[in-house]
Ligand binder design. Structure first.
Ligand code: SF4
Length: 366
């Protein structure tokens, strides 16, 4: 298949490992920001293929994992209401709130429906005028254009029984939060190719210059990731700190201008709390004042108090790259994908789930 099989070519992957061996002279720590990249790294054993001097640190780029427990609780309370049809992508249903999850609410009669697009949720709203239809809008910049389009369409066609429960987070402020932390040990970043496909990478240029870190926009297949790591190591070894684009088949510096335009029409940038990390300034989207009638948070006005995470779960430290899943005492014991204690075990993009599935059970090599 074009654009897939050639990026899983084991010989080309091994050639990059050999090239990396030749240029690596010291220890380096590189963070892959995106959970999809973490998944590929662990699935294909990339962390064991690269020179032992290079440590890959798993970043906070799993939107399911960083959605705050208070928003999950809010979703649960809205989904319990008898006049509501609550719609969501499937992966949010098993994320633990403080007492239960959406799947359990569905099991006892909540009208919760899995959809594949916010436009499917809008269609449900058009077909059920006597109900309020809410879509759980979770994700990074990648999913924001479709969510924005659904609100734009709802507004244009007066579908007033439709709303979004928004928990969008943004990558560049999270990278800056990691870099500005006194505990930071990350020396280079692989930025998420799909996020940059939408937003471009202009925002990363001042970050690379200010913190003197190379940032390489990278795809998700084994060859993409090997090349991204190679480009990052090459910069570090040459004492360069630039933004480079490995994912040129998808990403332009300016991003997708139409997608950015609909995002800026519908959303505004606000501070957001990240599960396990805390509030990061200017790190999320909410609906702008003009579209506030489509904001489920305002429409239902359900107040949830701040909640404590399970004291056993160290997912906050894992999401900041300070610990690995295998450092958690509950990993594979009290916490499994069937009975997750924390969000990084629920999502297939979560580091704990990736380690559980590929690191211990079996390995697939590229
Ligand atoms: S293994 Fe479970 S309890 Fe431990 S950090 Fe991961 S999600 Fe949290």
């Amino acid at each position: 298949m074009k654009y897939l099989s050639e990026y899983r070519d084991s010989k080309a992957v091994k050639d990059f490992a050999t090239a990396m061996e030749k240029i690596t002279t010291k220890k380096w720590k590189i963070m892959e920001v995106c959970g999809g990249q973490t998944h590929s790294i662990v699935k294909y054993g990339i962390d064991e293929l690269i020179p032992k001097e290079i440590e890959l640190i798993h970043g906070p780029g799993c939107p399911v994992c960083v959605t705050p427990v208070e928003i999950i609780d809010q979703a649960i309370e809205i989904a319990k209401l008898s006049d509501v049809i609550f719609t969501s992508f499937g992966d949010m249903l098993r994320v633990p709130g403080s007492d239960t999850d959406l799947l359990r609410v569905k099991a006892v009669g909540g009208d919760i429906r899995i959809v594949y697009s916010p436009l499917d949720a809008l269609k449900i709203a058009r077909e059920n005028k006597d109900k309020e239809v809410v879509f759980f809008a979770v994700g990074f910049e990648t999913t924001a254009p479709a969510n924005a389009m659904a609100v734009y369409e709802a507004s244009k066609t007066n579908v007033n029984n439709f709303s979004l429960l928004v928990s969008h987070v943004l990558v560049p402020p999270a990278i800056e939060a990691i870099l500005s932390s006194a505990k930071n040990t990350v020396q280079g970043f692989l930025a998420a190719g799909h996020v940059c496909t939408i937003m471009g990478y202009e925002e990363y240029i001042p970050l690379a210059a200010k913190y003197k870190v190379p940032i390489v926009v990278t795809g998700f297949e084994p060859l993409d990731i090997m090349q991204g790591i190679y480009m990052c190591i090459k910069q570090l070894e040459e004492n360069r700190h630039e933004v480079e684009n490995q994912y040129i088949r998808s990403v332009k510096q300016e991003g997708n201008l139409s997608a950015k335009q609909i995002i800026s029409e519908i959303f505004q940038i606000i501070p957001r709390k990240w599960r396990g990390i805390g509030e990061i300034n200017q790190s999320g989207f909410s609906l702008s004042e003009k579209y506030k009638n489509f904001d489920a948070e305002k429409k239902f006005n359900i107040k949830i108090k701040d909640k404590e995470e399970s004291s056993e779960c160290i997912s906050g430290l894992i999401l900041q790259g300070l610990q690995k899943p295998t450092d958690c005492p509950a990993f594979r014991k009290k916490c499994t994908p069937e009975n997750p204690l924390g969000a990084t075990m629920v999502s297939s993009e979560g580091a704990c789930a990736a380690y559980y599935r590929y690191k211990i059970a079996h390995k697939t090599t590229a």
